[in-house]
Design a protein around this ligand. Structure first.
Ligand SMILES: CCCCCCCC/C=C\CCCCCCCC(=O)SCCNC(=O)CCNC(=O)[C@H](O)C(C)(C)COP(=O)(O)OP(=O)(O)OC[C@H]1O[C@@H](n2cnc3c(N)ncnc32)[C@H](O)[C@@H]1OP(=O)(O)O
Length: 254
């Protein structure tokens, strides 16, 4: 099934939409109809969440805007999910949708018309095309990223703010895995080589140290052949009180 989808996807790349059997999401978030994905981790193994997930569009699945390089890298990581070392992370249009129903605060249960910044464009391929994979044992999150033409900074290259966004989200996803609700306190980026629009890069982040509520992480952004270092970053995330919403916490700051 997966091979058919890849062949269909390859044929469809650049020549309009590709008709593919719509993948379905099983109870534990395993995408059926695309590939033998990884068994789910306990973090995701909340039935409530997965039954809700069935109605959510997972944006981290291949679409006709993905280049051959993006498809190949995705297949490589999907292959590494088979023994459970890596887990594919679903990606929905709003941050709240990533939180299992059972872990949502009351204020978060009512859906609002907000969009995750990275998923704020409706057209495939023009903005952030990405898929994240988590390695729980290594406390490592990687993100396959293909910047679209609407992320331009210098002509033909990704805006530095779009690179900061994909780094913040990848590192943030990694921090969430080890510390739950977190916020970025500090993000420091060195830009080494510009990222051409339409190219594919690997954002590779890991947790370096945890001190109380402080989670220290680092990240490199490299070309898929590993030869070009585009950016490297360090970050500090602070764990939030998971029983209070951000608004409640801000009130306590005042
Ligand atoms: C399996 C996982 C799947 C995951 C889900 C799916 C994947 C991805 C899905 C969807 C993407 C989601 C992406 C999430 C990531 C996005 C994150 C953002 O963009 S966050 C927005 C930007 N950040 C802010 O707006 C924060 C604003 N700042 C604050 O709110 C506060 O300053 C806060 C909470 C950061 C800290 O405030 P306090 O009052 O709670 O804590 P205090 O006491 O001030 O600091 C605690 C300790 O940290 C140090 N600290 C704080 N800020 C520091 C800084 N900037 N530099 C150095 N140290 C700092 C302090 O010195 C203190 O250290 P001492 O305990 O005394 O040793």
């Amino acid at each position: 099934m997966w091979r058919n989808c890849v062949r269909l996807a390859r044929r469809g790349l650049g020549r309009g939409a590709v008709l593919r059997p719509a993948p379905t999401v099983s109870r534990c978030g395993v995408v059926r109809g695309l590939s033998p994905a990884a068994p789910c981790s306990s973090l995701w193994n909340s039935v409530t969440w997965f039954s809700q997930a069935r109605q959510l569009k997972d944006y981290a699945l291949p679409n006709s805007s993905w280049s051959q390089g993006m498809m190949d890298l995705y297949s490589r990581f999907l292959e590494m999910c088979k023994d459970g070392t890596w887990k594919r992370i679903p990606s929905y249009s709003s941050t709240i949708d990533h939180i299992p129903e059972s872990l949502k605060l009351t204020a978060e249960k009512e859906r609002k018309e907000t969009r995750l910044f990275l998923r704020n464009m409706d057209l495939e391929g023009v903005g952030f095309e990405y898929a994240m994979f988590l390695n729980p044992a290594e406390k490592r999150m990687v993100c396959l990223f293909q910047p679209g033409p609407y992320l331009e900074g210098h002509p033909g290259f990704a805006h530095g703010g779009s690179t900061a966004t994909i780094i913040d989200s990848t590192i943030g996803g990694c921090a969430i895995f080890v510390a739950g609700r977190v916020m970025t306190a500090n993000l420091s980026i060195n830009y080494r080589n510009p990222i051409p629009l339409g190219s594919v890069v690997l954002v590779d982040s890991k947790v370096d140290q945890i001190e109380g509520r402080k989670v220290f992480l680092s990240c490199q952004v490299r070309s898929i052949d590993g030869q070009t270092l585009h950016a490297e970053a360090t970050a500090l995330f602070i764990q939030l009180d998971s029983t209070k919403s951000l608004q409640q916490q801000q009130m306590s700051f005042q």
